[in-house]
Design a binder for this molecule. Sequence first.
Ligand SMILES: Cc1cc2nc3c(=O)[nH]c(=O)nc-3n(C[C@H](O)[C@H](O)[C@H](O)COP(=O)(O)OP(=O)(O)OC[C@H]3O[C@@H](n4cnc5c(N)ncnc54)[C@H](O)[C@@H]3O)c2cc1C
Length: 421
Amino acid sequence: MKNQQKQWDVLVVGGGPAGMMAATRAADLGARVLLVEKNPKLGKKLLITGGGRCNVTNTKLDRQRFSEHFGDSSKFLFSSFSRFDAKDTLSFFHARNMPTKVETEGRVFPKSDQSQSVLDVLKASMRKSGVSTRCATTVEGLCVENERLVGIRVSGSKTPLLAKSIIIATGGTSRPDTGSTGEGFDWLASVGHTIVTPNLSLVPIRIEERWVRDLSGLSLKDISVSVFSDDKKHAEQFGKMIFTHFGVSGPAVLNVSGVAHNMHNDNKKTHIALDLFPNSDASSLDQALRDLFEKNQNKQVKNMLVDFVSPRLVSPLLELSLVNPDTPVHSLPREQRLTLIATMKHLPMSVSGFLGKDKAIVTRGGVPLSEVDCRFMQSRLHKNLYIIGDLLDIERPSGGYSLQLCWTTGWIAGTKAGEIN
Ligand SMILES: Cc1cc2nc3c(=O)[nH]c(=O)nc-3n(C[C@H](O)[C@H](O)[C@H](O)COP(=O)(O)OP(=O)(O)OC[C@H]3O[C@@H](n4cnc5c(N)ncnc54)[C@H](O)[C@@H]3O)c2cc1C
């Protein structure tokens, strides 16, 4: 470079979880690190994660099997998780005085139930490691000289910021109000990377039927949600869900939403179906219902069912099964009882659409892992370029896996970029 500008060892673009982890790690190794964020404050999206409680990671599967959660990407990520996995995440936060607790399905949250605790740890770690931060600074692109990446351009300044290594952590395109507006994809494309078009992945589903929206606020656990089109089942997930004023959401729904979205986009008539008793087959359910009816022969079916399913579900279940709610259970025909059971095992809802990027948890798409050396999260096209967090095209379920990807990819990139000698 002709000018005598300061050259940083590492520039990190994006003050989300991935960027802050990468910056901390690189600075801990002695590198002079500058993190640049366009929002006035760091971690805007992080603060809304997990409903404000931040599901930091997931401990359901051990280190050997952790990468199995990441679909097509699991092979690529095996070595990444063997460097930094959920256990390392917990050690990182516990060592910095943030106790955690484990909830259903291995979901880990800060004991405080506050995302702010996670952000506080990251900010304090960066301060302690000596990371310089520049907020309210929008990065406009990458600077390349003689085919070598040398720095970044920032708004309002004619002179670029220069660095030996550049870590891009600008996130995907979900919830653009938090700052994740997808510019990083354009810069990476401008230096030769392929960008798989971002697509909605974990996103709430709009449902056509009125009765679904009338159940708004009702949450169910231990159910299964399946996606069907052309009478074929394409995906199934167990866990929790919630009815909303537009349709359905919650972890089990989000986890099948990507498949439902693809089907719907192919103009296939798509429906999802709930199994309210995924751990019982139809005949054992029938037996349980008969036992219940036998003890209460003169009661009306609508009053009996409240002992069997959530009271708010009774009316729609009876209506969909064409059973008169006032029928005394002793005179309920067998066929109607079996229809009722079939409905409980397959409660269908027609997909009418999806909430947009503004409400998605993550978007699928971004830089394919084949263009990144996952041992270092280093671009295969530019040795001093690192790509981390939601910028990567990685399929993952809900449950703390997205943030674990941020911790893992951030740590690994920071480790490599921070090796300054
Ligand atoms: C409502 C919601 C709830 C979620 N809950 C969970 C959860 O509980 N657990 C979980 O694992 N995952 C959760 N996620 C997903 C998780 O938040 C993301 O995977 C994660 O934030 C991605 O981190 P990142 O650092 O890659 O990017 P981001 O968090 O998106 O951060 C990118 C940063 O880059 C900055 N930036 C962008 N462009 C520029 C630019 N031009 N110049 C400078 N800075 C720029 C942005 O302002 C932003 O601060 C949730 C997501 C949402 C939307």
